[in-house]
Design a protein. Structure first.
Length: 408
């Protein structure tokens, strides 16, 4: 019995130490399917989703999902602490409860276990009451080791929380800015339409460059700290996933329909954004699309059905992006969508974050349109590049963005 308790204690303590090392300290993607953090989120997120999806009200579901990220972080820290207390208590029990306890001089089995848990808890949280004293040198060594573990645990928590919330706040700045640049929720059509003014090509290239950097930061922070993926935006109709997919949609349109500097920047942003999207899916082991979206689905969701495509053509016609007039461009767009949409869909299904539309729904209270009409007049028409697009370059097909070349 004591030998088994020693083994279990070592497994618990070393498991928590290794998991905390991978989750907090190592700046790389955590590995292993049997990590404590991964098991914790499987046991908490999936049951929560199964229960929450029965709520008919969308806002109620969003409030529950929004609370999950911060609460799960606190629960994870509490779970680590509980496992450490239990692990060291098992070590003390395996050593034969070598303590002098006035409340339990020669108690039964359960009383000895209670003493071990009490000593472990007061030692880990560095209370240092001194009412229970170790009677063996080995027990004293374990007590000192647990005290050091407790101090290190507190230090990690103090350093971990600010890093998480700083990364979250930095991520949300660019997402919030899409409200004025691409609508809420953001769409690729609205993003291009709102940059269809004189000099809009330069502004759009700067925006795409900003989102290229944003995607690289997501690649660093959300791979190292996957917990951030569960954190939802503070504003309605916005999320980091919908913002990223809307930008990828816009890049796909630019790459397949125009040529020039903005198309080149669109290729760079598309490559980095797709890289971030795929790697986040790898963290949650969602890379096998066919397992997550099984073939039994009779008709997978199409984000751009034919009727929506015609509406897209009408919207882009105002800024002279000749998509429908070029069958090859439509084929290239379909090929580009296949590079990222399946991966975005499985992340959307897992995180319960809806993907953006390609064309925004008609709205009567569109403040941006009212301001634009007041400033420019109802009949003002400007183009995205200041000229009509009559020719589509073969160089804009982004044929270099294949899975094999990028190792995806």
């Amino acid at each position: 019995m004591h030998a088994i308790a020693l083994i279990l204690g070592v497994v618990c303590c070393s498991g928590v130490a290794l998991d905390a090392l991978q989750t907090i300290i190592l700046p790389r993607r955590p590995t292993g399917r049997f990590r404590i953090t991964r098991i914790f989120y499987i046991l908490t997120w999936e049951p929560l989703v199964a229960i929450t999806e029965h709520f008919p009200n969308h806002k109620t579901r969003e409030r529950i999902y929004s609370a999950y990220g911060p609460i799960s972080l606190l629960l994870l820290l509490a779970f680590w602490a509980t496992m450490l207390v239990t692990g060291y208590a098992l070590l003390y029990f395996g050593l034969g409860t070598p303590f002098s306890d006035a409340l339990n001089p020669h108690g039964p089995f359960w009383a000895s276990a209670r003493t071990d848990l009490y000593v472990s808890g007061t030692t880990l949280f560095t209370l240092g009451l001194g009412d229970v004293t170790p009677q063996r040198h080995l027990a004293r060594l374990v007590v000192v080791l647990e005290s050091a573990t407790g101090l290190g645990f507190v230090a990690l928590v103090i350093g971990y929380l600010p890093v998480l919330y700083q990364a979250f706040s930095h991520r949300e700045v660019s997402v919030a800015m899409l409200d004025g640049r691409a609508g809420s929720p953001p769409t690729a059509t609205e993003l291009l339409r709102r940059h269809g003014h004189e000099g809009g090509e330069k502004d759009l290239a700067l925006l795409l460059a900003e989102w290229e950097r944003w995607s690289a930061e997501i690649l660093e922070t959300h791979i190292s700290y996957p917990l951030l993926c569960y954190y939802r935006s503070q504003h309605d109709n916005q999320s980091w996933l919908s913002g990223l997919v809307a930008v990828l949609d816009a890049c796909a349109l630019l790459i397949t329909t125009i040529e020039g500097p903005v198309a080149r920047q669109a290729q760079l942003t598309f490559a980095m954004g797709r890289h971030a999207l795929l790697d986040v899916g790898h963290v949650f082991h969602l890379e096998k699309v066919n397992e997550v979206l099984p073939p039994k689905r009779d008709k997978p969701t199409d984000r751009l059905p034919q009727e929506t495509f015609y509406r897209l053509c009408g919207e882009l016609g105002d800024i002279h992006m000749r998509l429908c007039g070029d069958p090859a461009a439509q084929q290239r767009l379909t090929a580009m969508r296949a590079l990222y949409e399946p991966h975005a869909q499985i992340l959307s299904d897992y995180l319960k974050m809806p993907l953006p539309l390609w064309v925004p729904e008609p709205r009567n209270n569109d403040a941006w349109k009212k301001v634009a009409d007041l400033r420019m007049g109802a009949g003002a028409q400007e183009t995205l590049l200041g000229r009509s697009i009559q020719h589509v370059s073969d160089r804009s097909t982004a044929t270099h963005l294949h899975d094999e070349e990028h190792g995806f």
